[in-house]
Design a protein around this ligand. Sequence first.
Ligand code: HEC
Length: 260
Amino acid sequence: MAEHDHPETDPTPPRDAPVELPLPPLPRPFFLIALGLIGVVLTWLPLSIIARARVFTTLEPRIQIFQDMGVQPKSREQQTNALFADDRAMRPRVEGTVPRGQVEDDDRYYKGFLRVYDPAKGTWTIDFNKSLPDQVKINSPLLHRGQARFNIYCYVCHGLDGSGHGPVNERVNELRNNNVLDMTWTAPAILTDNRIRAELDGQIFNTITNGIRTMPSYGSQIPVADRWAIVAYVRALQFSQQAPAAAPGVVPTGTNIEEK
Ligand code: HEC
């Protein structure tokens, strides 16, 4: 037979050869499965730590792998330090030092008034600036600056024209008229009325700086130069409401505008 000429390609095994049956797959030992599962679960650990760190806050300092200069010996506030004779880590300021550029030694400019001592009576009196201090020059940029600042800081209560009808006042009155708000309300002053006209420049400056009665202070928000610009602009508002028709362009006395 032709097949028997090529015994090496004959698929039929010889009769006496041992039969190799395919073995059933070995069952994987349980500990390997368990280890695999544990390994999978362990990979979730960094994820859950990151997720937790994003949600919770802690007072502990964060873990810093590279210290760089983050940790170094130093004295913190209120600690002791044996290096100094008085053991205080916080050093008091050297006597007589003044931060450069921050000496506010001109009360006429920085406060708008002088405190005057009367030795006869033994009392202090407040002498408000009658006019703008010498540092402040009345000109168009100053009034425009004052207008811009007024429209930011004062308008909400006193209104653009100083009439006291700013949006805050109008809203409160609306709520009170509709019985939504039950409260007493001190209306913002009418800045153009005769009472405020009669006030001295230093007084208005001081009102802006420290507030007055129910009006809050704006000293921390408005720098000194801008406060003076606002004072000048309040004078301009007052003039605009009672400008003498006969003499346009002439600034009435009491506004101090013509003095500068
Ligand atoms: C939050 C509202 C509010 C703002 C903002 C405000 N004021 Fe007033 N202002 C008042 C009220 C209210 C009074 C009246 C206070 C009182 O009589 O109890 C007043 C009073 C005044 C008076 C009169 C003070 C006096 O001697 O009786 C002046 C001047 C004045 N404000 C200027 C200003 C200027 C300038 C600004 C902007 C820098 C300003 N105010 C911003 C509420 C405000």
